[in-house]
Design a binder for this molecule. Structure first.
Ligand SMILES: N[C@@H](CCC(=O)N[C@@H](CS)C(=O)NCC(=O)O)C(=O)O
Length: 230
């Protein structure tokens, strides 16, 4: 339930994992901003979004009069307000976050289509069918987007935090378990700048103060059956 205390910033999401609230929460932690993690029973919150608010579903940020949903918009809002937008080009920043969102969506669709399709997407040479080798094509595009060590140079911006959130979800939904089982090699090995952004954000001091260490709930992680079928 939403608390009555409206002075502190509230991050509205679920219990036990950070999911799509990860980037905003990480920036709040890193900047030392106090916030409340407010549970959002899904039916309740989507109902509220559908009837009372102009944000549809969790995650949301409630910052006084400002109530904002959509993880990309939240990352931009929190990043601008709490010091993670220095030296950034806002138009390219939006493009890069939407690129990451598209990659994550395609990743989910390929996985939902079955392990044969997922294998084509993740680890096959491109052959012009819009699935085969698509993960590598996206990764090389993202690699070219990053100036290094972060997207826009020396300092992390909200795009880097959003990148960590999206890759955190893809790692949990397949990459980590497939690699641990020896089904794929290191899928990020050829992309040192991508790796540097991920580890750069993961090793910030904020990691120690996140409300939860899991990005995804157990049911969203790749299952042993899926690993075996891959
Ligand atoms: N595009 C939205 C997706 C939001 C979303 O899928 N929210 C999920 C949790 S991660 C949810 O609670 N959905 C409830 C609903 O759609 O009713 C974002 O990036 O924030």
């Amino acid at each position: 339930m939403l608390s009555a205390k409206m002075s502190a910033i509230q991050v509205v999401y679920y219990e036990g994992f950070t999911g799509r609230a990860d980037a905003a929460a990480r920036m709040l932690c890193e900047s030392g901003t106090d916030f409340e993690w407010t549970m959002a029973p899904v039916a309740n919150m989507t109902c509220k979004g559908g009837t009372e608010l102009d944000c549809f579903a969790p995650p949301m940020i409630m910052d006084g009069e400002m109530k904002i949903g959509q993880s990309i918009a939240m990352a931009q809002y929190v990043g601008r307000k709490f010091g993670f937008s220095e030296g950034l080009d806002a138009d390219k920043a939006l493009q890069y976050m939407l690129d990451l969102e598209d990659l994550n969506t395609e990743f989910g669709k390929a996985k939902a289509a079955g392990m044969e399709e997922f294998k084509k997407f993740l680890d096959t040479d491109p052959c012009g069918d819009r699935v085969s080798g698509r993960f590598g094509m996206w990764l090389s595009n993202i690699e070219r987007s990053i100036a290094g060590p972060f997207y826009f140079g020396a300092k992390p911006t909200y795009v880097d935090f959003q990148m960590m959130s999206m890759f955190g979800m893809m790692k949990g939904r397949g990459i980590d378990k497939l690699q641990a089982a020896g089904k794929v090699g290191d899928l990020l090995a050829a992309y040192p700048k991508v790796q540097a952004v991920y580890t750069g954000i993961a090793s910030l001091e904020s990691a120690a103060r996140m409300p939860y260490s899991d990005v995804l709930p157990g049911g969203y992680l790749m299952s042993d059956e899926e690993v075996a079928a891959y």
